[in-house]
Design a protein around this ligand. Structure first.
Ligand SMILES: Cc1cc2nc3c(=O)[nH]c(=O)nc-3n(C[C@H](O)[C@H](O)[C@H](O)COP(=O)(O)O)c2cc1C
Length: 223
């Protein structure tokens, strides 16, 4: 039986398809994305939930070559530093991973969180002040799912310091860069995460992620 507010079967399948077939894309073609498609994706980001309706998120669209090259240099620095943090036997495989598409994608987007929007006291942030950042992360996921539905690739690059992003993008002190995204057309959306295919980390079976009543309890307790 369908619940009264449920989407139709086809609509539900489309939603779940976008969720399960979304991928982090790092290989791009450089051909342009139509402005209305970019607009659809940005609108999806802007209508994400936010703590107390704070709407702390902005989207900085970056196409300028100099800016991108500066960001890319910072990625290279941070990525070189990252190699040495892994155990020696993993360093070669890490170094071979393609972890960004900053220069080859059509568009970069920095998604930011204005931590001071609407003042110091915001409904829902009183006990957990980082809820504004989580709100911005919700916006990122909306962008990612909308991009997948539009057939546009999107990849998140987090191997850049916050300080570098703040400096290059001229962010005021109260604005945190939450996500740096590469966006563009791609030739393929892999059926499963690349890091799984490459054996970097295994998939945790979804059922093992669910606990009942308290941490670690794998089976529901009798009432
Ligand atoms: C917060 C966050 C940061 C990420 N940073 C990077 C990154 O710097 N480089 C990269 O290649 N992938 C990055 N990813 C993508 C993940 O590696 C990817 O989501 C994961 O391997 C699962 O693959 P899938 O997104 O294709 O399903 C990031 C993902 C998230 C959610």
């Amino acid at each position: 039986m369908e619940l009264p507010h449920a989407f139709s079967k086809e609509e539900r399948e489309a939603v779940y398809r976008a969720i399960s077939q979304r991928r982090d894309i790092r290989r791009f073609r450089s051909d342009p994305i139509a402005p209305e498609v970019i607009n659809n994706i940005l609108r999806a980001g802007a209508c994400a939930p936010s703590v107390g309706y704070m709407q702390p998120t902005n989207f900085i669209l970056i196409q300028n070559g100099d800016t991108r090259r500066a960001i890319h240099q910072e990625f290279v620095k941070a990525n070189d530093a990252a190699v040495g943090m892994f155990p020696p036997e993993r360093q070669d495989s890490y170094a071979k991973l393609k972890l960004e598409g900053i220069l080859d994608s059509y568009l970069n987007i920095c998604v930011t969180c204005d931590r001071s929007r609407f003042g110091p006291v915001v409904l829902g942030r009183t006990a957990q002040p980082d809820m504004d950042i989580y709100s911005t992360v919700c916006a990122v996921q909306n962008l990612w799912l909308a991009a997948r539905a539009e057939g546009v690739g999107m990849g998140w690059v987090s191997i850049i310091t916050i300080e570098a992003l703040q400096r290059i993008l001229k962010l005021p002190e109260h604005v945190l860069p939450v996500a740096y995204l590469c966006v563009g057309h791609t030739d393929a959306f892999a059926p499963v995460p690349e890091l799984k295919t490459l054996g970097w980390l295994p998939e945790i079976p979804p059922d093992e992620l669910v606990f009942y009543d308290h941490w670690g309890n794998m089976a529901p307790e009798k009432a």
